[in-house]
Design a protein around this ligand. Structure first.
Ligand SMILES: Cc1ncc(COP(=O)(O)O)c(C=O)c1O
Ligand SMILES: NCC(=O)CCC(=O)O
Length: 459
């Protein structure tokens, strides 16, 4: 028998030795030759800030290291999951132990029940939990479930909210869709787009009007519990509670998407900060990011009588070869078990300290801005209007002085601070962001805010 003929050459031969293709620049060139746009998720591509994405080779605590050997204080935190900081020893240990027992069985495992119970312990409305692998799967399933339960087809979503790349939820979506200034996505059929009613965020009159017009056909309202994909735009007081009421009055469901906020803004996610105190709960919730601790876990949760419509209990089909994967659930469980009150206190303290320093630096540089918060999530909105009135919807987020962000971002990066590469994304601190890490960020602010002040809009 001849040896396999797929002996590798070129960049792929260098697995684990990325410097062989020349650090960040060489890696990006090689990646562009084989991955569309050089990335596996558009938000990583530096599309709106320009330049070469940093190819990361390792991460620990609040720091990441790129293929050129440079270390950065990280404010991306894997887009949310890394609340304990990178490579937390308890999580790495749990993953290693789980991996040693086997990577995937395609059969029920004890860890799935343990993770679901931990979710339910934190969020009372999560009476039943279905584990999936990505936030997109979670929202897609929640929408299908709402349609299956109600027998209706229409979905209400908010402009600027992002719920993953579900066909019906890409209209006027936030995150990368906002960064790339797209109205939605090619490839979504007109028939599917017509089943989504898009309304401005924080606008209850628009929601009431949509229900007045087509309430008997609306299956669900889906909303980010606190939007953080058009920059951070918190719900006005009572907004989420009113959505719950309006949906209920019309026989529709409220899906609260906590993929980003869940288990990050507090032990019970955004619901724990709001609904729990106000005495209401969404019908369905979606989780992702933190719930997998850096490995692919996401979840749909809700009242038992609703969730039991999922197969095999009920007629709404949903499945997944790797759903509830034992290694991934071990990472999620270890993360939630380590995320105690002290961790949330540190996250909140780091976010408060950092955001006030950021705001002070922009003020000192003469840049009109407002830092907007939703719990420990925050982002900077630029411009006189944002500074004066705050931003409460997608139109306001789009109207800000977005041109100030790229020079600010690059000046921070040059000084060893990695921010999300888009003005429309939230900044993510972790409990590992100690004084030393925060001091490094703060030291970079004067030069970076001056770069923002000097920026001029493109003609
Ligand atoms: C609120 C929200 N929902 C859903 C998603 C989709 O999650 P995933 O990227 O895991 O598919 C995201 C991801 O950014 C999100 O922020
Ligand atoms: N806030 C937006 C995301 O977290 C998106 C991550 C991705 O799509 O890679």
């Amino acid at each position: 028998m001849t040896a396999p003929t797929h002996a590798q050459s070129g960049p792929t031969a260098a697995a684990g030795a990325p410097a062989d293709v020349g650090g960040n620049d060489g890696l990006f060139t090689a990646a562009q030759g084989v991955l569309p746009g050089g990335v596996n998720s558009p938000v990583r591509a530096y599309g709106s800030v320009g330049g070469t994405p940093r190819f990361l080779v390792s991460a620990r605590g609040p720091y990441v290291t790129d293929a050129d050997g440079r270390e950065y204080v990280d404010l991306v935190s894997s887009w949310g999951p890394a609340i304990l900081g990178h490579a937390h020893p308890a999580v790495v240990d749990a993953v290693q132990q789980a991996a040693a027992r086997g990577l995937s069985f395609g059969a029920p495992t004890p860890g799935e029940t343990a993770l679901a119970e931990e979710i339910r312990r934190r969020v009372l409305a999560a009476e039943r939990v279905r584990l999936v692998s990505t936030g997109t799967e979670a929202t897609m399933t929640a929408v299908r479930l709402a349609r299956g339960i109600t027998g209706r087809e229409l979905i209400v979503k908010f402009a600027g909210c992002y719920h993953g790349h579900v066909d019906s939820l890409l209209a006027q979506a936030g995150s990368g869709v906002a960064t790339l200034a797209l109205p939605g996505s090619a490839g979504v059929t007109a028939a599917i787009a017509a089943e989504t009613i898009v309304v401005p965020y924080n606008d209850l009159a628009a929601v009431e009007a949509a229900f007045a017009e087509r309430g008997d056909r609306i299956a669900a309202v889906i909303t980010e519990a606190a939007p953080a994909n058009m920059g951070v735009v918190p719900p006005l007081p009572g907004f989420n509670a009113a959505l719950s009421r309006i949906a209920r009055e019309h026989g529709a469901l409220l899906i609260q998407d906590e993929v980003l906020t869940g288990f990050r803004v507090g032990p019970g996610g955004w619901w724990g900060l709001e609904g729990r105190l106000e005495g209401w709960a969404p019908d369905l919730l979606t989780f992702g990011k933190v719930v997998g601790g850096g490995l692919p876990v996401a979840a749909i949760a809700g009242r038992a009588e609703l969730m039991d419509h999922l197969a095999p209990s009920g007629p709404v089909y949903q499945a997944g070869t790797l759903s509830g994967n034992p290694v991934a659930t071990a990472a999620g469980l270890a993360t939630l078990q380590a995320a105690d009150a002290g961790v949330y206190a540190r996250l909140d303290a780091a976010a408060t300290a950092l955001s006030s320093q950021v705001s002070a630096a922009f003020t000192a540089a003469g840049v009109a801005h407002r830092v907007q918060h939703a719990g420990n999530l925050f982002s900077v909105m630029f411009g006189e209007a944002a500074a004066a009135d705050g931003v409460r919807d997608y139109a306001g987020a789009q109207a800000q002085d977005t041109f100030r962000y790229a020079p600010f971002f690059h000046a921070m990066l040059d000084q060893g601070v990695s921010l999300p590469p888009s003005v429309f994304e939230a900044w993510f601190v972790s409990a590992a962001h100690d004084d030393a890490a925060l001091d490094r960020i703060v030291a970079a602010l004067p030069a970076a805010t001056r770069a923002a002040a000097a920026a001029r809009p493109a003609r």
